[in-house]
Design a protein around this ligand. Sequence first.
Ligand SMILES: [Zn+2]
Length: 187
Amino acid sequence: MSERLLLADYTEKGERGPVIGNFHFWTSVASGFAVILGGQGRGGSDVLDDPCLGCRLANNRLEAHIVYETEAVTCLLDHAPLNEGHILILPKQHYADVDDLDESTAIEIMLTSAKLAKALKDIFRPDGITMIQNGGIFNDLTHYHMHIFPRYKEDGFAWQEPADSSNAAGRLAETGEMLREAIGLLR
Ligand SMILES: [Zn+2]
């Protein structure tokens, strides 16, 4: 399942051109970016000129509705909200995936999500809050971001579960053993 975050509405600030293209344009940019960075890491490049859309969004180089900001994270409205109040939390430094995050940034994201959840509850009185993040090819931004948005009964948002064709439910003991061993090998 791919994210709904389509990027056509974000416009660029400053001298770098008026309008960012459509989703496919950005897909190609993101692909090029991945190739550029392949095998050499980011190594302190100038984040403000970064081809990564998430880096520019998080560092105020694109027009966006920013609702909260700290030294480490920027929180802005998703331009195609699943429900009103749909916010993205982006680290200002580039991280692709949750296991790339440094510890203080990870903590900041979680503390910020709690703050945003309180505000969303105050304003919208939802039935609940959903937080979700997508990694790997399911991350359309290629820059780590957490979604947080208010939820309502029968709002149509679905966690669609695939059929258990590989019988994962029948192998919980083996799966648990495999994971305990792998986690035990992590530092
Ligand atoms: Zn980035």
